[in-house]
Design a protein around this ligand. Structure first.
Ligand SMILES: [Zn+2]
Length: 141
């Protein structure tokens, strides 16, 4: 419920940290990030919601790409490849272009090219969250 806060918030070290809440990408439930999770890429309220996304074919891979675009704004396949190679070794502009093509076809991503032969710039266009999009559009493993 929005606006409801626990009366007392105390951390083991006695320091007060402003709680940071996020909406879960799968079920939209608000959840609070722990201090350690703030800098990480926690996007799920629970292991169960994480498990839902990974139960879809290529679910986690597409989820990561959609999340990068949703949070990072417009990017080219070159930008996406540079970011994704940190966790996905075989990411190339070409492989990312193919994945984007599927999401463009679903109306979730738009692609514009400023000049001929330049890479497309991709923009996340959906009101749904990346986790919800995986559930809606991908097939179960
Ligand atoms: Zn959730």
């Amino acid at each position: 419920m929005k606006g409801m806060r626990p009366l007392k918030s105390s951390s083991p070290h006695g320091k007060k940290h402003q709680p940071l809440t996020r909406e879960c990408t799968v079920c939209r439930r608000d959840y609070t990030l722990t201090h350690d999770e703030r800098r990480g890429n926690q996007r799920f309220c629970s292991r169960d919601c994480h498990r839902i996304v990974t139960s879809y074919k290529k679910g986690h891979r597409d989820f990561l790409l959609l999340t990068i675009l949703q949070e990072g704004g417009s990017m080219t396949s070159h930008d996406l490849a540079r970011i994704t190679t940190k966790f996905w070794k075989s990411a190339t502009q070409r492989s990312i272009g193919l994945i984007m093509k599927a999401w463009i076809g679903r109306g979730i991503i738009s692609a514009v090219r400023t000049q001929p032969k330049r890479p497309y710039t991709y923009t996340f266009e959906s009101d749904l969250y990346p986790g919800e999009l995986i559930i809606k559009h991908c097939r179960k493993k």
